[in-house]
Design a binder for this molecule. Structure first.
Ligand code: IFM
Length: 766
């Protein structure tokens, strides 16, 4: 891949529509969703994709910047922390004789917003004018550097096409969030403190303006504002380059001002073209490790690249104290809180394409263990119950009430009852370890997460006279049904959590006896307690009926009213809005994959044809009231050989953020659904399954896909996989690492660097 070195080169998008998301025109009603879709992010800095110019004399680039971990609590009475907006570092205003330049009335089409997925940046291209006296073509570039995460870059090029006039360009850095209180403001540097969370944020910035190749000093400036004035003429080219360095930390522990100035210095020495070059090189590396190529279906290819773009931009392998929020750093929905979305929908992607990022995300859960211990203790249990919604400390941040669609106050019970989160985190810890062989992580951090979550479940599941342990009054993934008993997803995941913890006890005892000794002593883990864990795992109620082969989603689910959801096809609002929450509760209507999610995550729990039976039962009863749902169904449908149905789930998941038919995209992209897009391809169509000492593949790709290619990292190896329709073949090459075993459609093969694998396979779908 080539790297742009001239400004025109930098402003020119990749010439390949499969790497480009482009929209023209302006529609104020769609501006919110575009802000999310066109957001740029590097896992530390996220900037919403506002358009380059506003009519009516507002600022150019009135965008919103979010910084990972910059939480504050606005209101002490209902103290729910949320991410706050960092100062807007992109503000620019261009005026002729004091009147702003805007795009011409009716000329919306000349405005283009282009997300260059390959290069990881946002470009705009628009024509502005003022009373028809001055015409300008304005092109811009914004990036959040993937190579130097503290750095943001803005480039603006104006080519004057008509008119001689006095032009003023104002650039500034504007604080919009009242939570930020100034500590220090000096030329090109601001340091702020948050009102209540004890965070400090610094931004250092440098700007240059060049007219026809000559740098021009500002006509005036104050600490965070710069102004230039000049006379334009046709053919004149004016370039603004602004670099910002952002740092953030806990007051008293960091010197963000100093760090920001240091980071800015590095970027200044590089110059904007090398900042762009280093950023593009970092993106090239990410694409090398994570790209998925589909031949024969351009829409699917674009959807995948869009998903991979946002996934790669969401993580920061260098920060173990932040995780990825439900909307990543692309919007304010859920206030930047972290859910099970990260471990179940995102971790597989990171574990298999970017293990360092996966590790940092799991370390966030390690560092927030104390919050999880406190929550368990507060509710009367032992061990660690992770926050359903987590911010920076691990304390529960789920609101107790929200306003419902009918504007009435609705109680939110998820913070207390949606407890499967602890088992989900344990699942991700195990999966990461199994896929990477990172023993150091398991020994020093993962084991403690597994022990404390297993301890939670062993205190939470109570033995009852029927000989089973029961977990009463929970919410499963299907949030339409609250205060239910023995949710099969929760209980089977909990059992898996306990069993994997016991496996790790054996492993530690054998391999790291000293570390086991000190961990057991620190957590006061006795053999008697481990014995009790075993009993809980053996007796926990799962809801599985061997006679029917069905899991009952929770105790009493099968006695609820059975509703034919197809009667409500075409509805434009969620089913609980159509029926009302009370009636929905009385029905076998599932909000999102629940038993189906269990089938996707733990297929071995579904012997023989019970996977197909459960999918056949639950899929028609699912209302997909959450963006997380369709992808889980897609994974399972693809694995069951229902390839074209799986493709339909894939397309519907892709539409959530790419098409404006989903009500809630204004608040940020649905990063879990985007992770699900990758999972559908890798775990679904390619049929990948991870095992302790080998991988299995059972590929079946949709008829429209000529081929599918992707790469994987597994236990220090890098594998490339190609599935081709015309030859009905699977090709696997091992680029890096030791020989290994692959099982394809049940047959065992040896794979080494010298000996790639090429096998005929059967793609027949149902
Ligand atoms: O975690 C999800 C939950 O499963 C459904 N509601 C939205 C949350 C955040 O994405």
């Amino acid at each position: 891949m080539t790297v742009a070195t001239t400004l025109s080169g930098a402003l020119t998008p990749t010439d390949d529509c499969e790497w480009i998301i482009e929209e023209a025109g302006y529609d104020p009603l769609r501006e919110g969703s575009r802000g999310s879709r066109f957001a740029i992010s590097n896992g530390f800095l996220g900037v919403r994709g506002a358009r380059a110019i506003h009519r009516g004399g507002r600022w150019v680039g009135a965008s919103r910047t979010l910084v990972a971990g910059l939480f504050d609590t606005a209101d002490e009475e209902h103290a729910i922390p949320g991410l706050i907006a960092a100062p807007n570092w992109l503000q620019v205003r261009i005026l002729r004789d004091g009147v702003p330049l805007t795009h011409r009335e009716g000329d919306g089409k000349s405005q283009h917003r282009i997300l260059d997925l390959r290069r990881g940046l946002l470009l705009t291209d628009a024509r502005l004018s003022n009373a028809d006296v001055v015409w300008v073509r304005l092109r811009s570039l914004h990036l959040a550097s993937l190579s130097h995460r503290a750095i943001g870059l803005q480039l603006i090029q104006m080519e004057f096409e008509r008119g001689e006039a006095e032009i003023t360009l104002n650039a500034s850095l504007e604080v919009s969030d009242t939570s930020l209180l100034p500590e220090r403001v000096e030329q090109g540097l601001g340091v702020w403190n948050t009102t209540s969370s004890g965070k400090r944020l610094a931004m250092a910035t440098t700007l240059t303006l060049r007219i026809d190749g000559v740098d021009i000093d500002p006509t005036s400036s104050s600490p965070l504002q710069w102004s230039w004035r000049w006379t334009s003429h046709p053919g004149q080219v004016v370039c603004l380059a602004r670099t910002v360095a952002v740092t953030c930390g806990v007051a008293g522990e960091v010197h963000p001002g100093q760090d920001a100035v240091g980071a800015l210095d590095v970027a200044r020495k590089l110059g904007w073209s090398d900042v762009v070059a280093a950023h593009e090189t970092a993106w090239t590396k990410r694409w090398h490790c994570s790209d998925v190529e589909i031949e024969g279906d351009a829409a699917a290819q674009r959807a995948l690249r869009f998903a991979l773009y946002h996934l790669n931009g969401a993580a920061n392998p260098d920060d173990e104290h932040v995780s990825i929020a439900a909307r990543a750093l692309t919007g304010d929905d859920y206030r930047g809180h972290v859910f099970w979305d990260t471990e179940i929908y995102l971790l597989p992607f990171f574990t298999l394409t970017w293990p360092l990022a996966a590790r940092a995300l799991l370390m966030y859960r390690f560092h927030t263990l104390d919050g999880a211990r406190a929550k368990a203790a507060e509710l009367g249990w032992r061990g660690a119950l992770y926050a359903w919604e987590s911010a920076d400390t691990g304390a529960e941040t789920c609101p107790l009430h929200v306003i419902g669609p009918d504007r009435k106050l609705v109680e939110v019970k998820c913070g207390r009852q949606e407890q499967h989160i602890s088992a989900d985190i344990a699942y991700a810890v195990w999966q990461y370890w199994q896929a990477t062989g990172d023993d150091g992580f398991m020994r020093d951090a993962g084991a403690e997460i597994l022990m404390e979550t297993a301890r939670f479940w062993s205190s939470r599941a109570r033995p009852e006279p029927d000989g089973h342990c029961h977990v009463r009054s929970v919410i499963g993934p299907d949030e339409y049904h609250e205060s239910i008993d023995d949710n099969s997803f929760t209980n089977v995941m909990a059992r898996c959590n306990i069993r994997r913890a016991l496996d790790v006890v054996e492993w530690l005892r054998a391999r790291w006896p000293e570390q086991w000794g000190s961990l057991a002593a620190r957590l006061a883990l006795s053999d008697a307690e481990l014995g009790q864990w075993r009993t809980v795992a053996e007796t926990i109620m799962t809801g599985f009926d061997p006679k029917t082969g069905l899991f009952e989603q929770f105790a009493g689910f099968f006695s609820l009213d059975d509703v034919d959801l197809s009667r409500y096809a075409g509805r434009s609002v969620p089913i609980d809005v159509v029926l009302g929450p009370e009636q929905t509760r009385q029905c076998q209507i599932v909000k999102q994959a629940d038993v189906v999610a269990l089938l996707a995550l733990l297929p071995d729990e579904f012997p023989g044809d019970t996977g197909a039976k459960n999918f056949g039962y639950y899929a028609p009863r699912c209302a997909h009231g959450s963006s997380l749902s369709l992808a889980m169904h897609g994974v399972v449908a693809a694995r069951l050989g229902e390839t074209e149905a799986a493709l339909d789930y894939f397309r519907r998941t892709s539409a959530i953020d790419l098409e404006d038919n989903h009500a809630a995209i204004d608040g940020g992209v649905h990063i879990a659904a985007l992770g699900g897009i990758w999972s559908m391809v890798v775990f679904g169509f390619a049929g990948l399954a991870l095992h302790a000492d080998h991988l299995t593949l059972n590929p079946r790709i949709p008829a429209a896909w000529q081929s599918l290619r992707f790469g994987l990292q597994w236990r220090g190896r890098y594998l490339k996989i190609k599935i081709e329709h015309a030859t009905a073949s699977l090709e696997v090459t091992l680029d890096v690492g030791e020989p290994m075993t692959l099982v394809v459609n049940g047959k065992v093969f040896a794979l080494s660097r010298e000996q790639p694998l090429w096998v005929l396979t059967n793609f027949s779908s149902r």
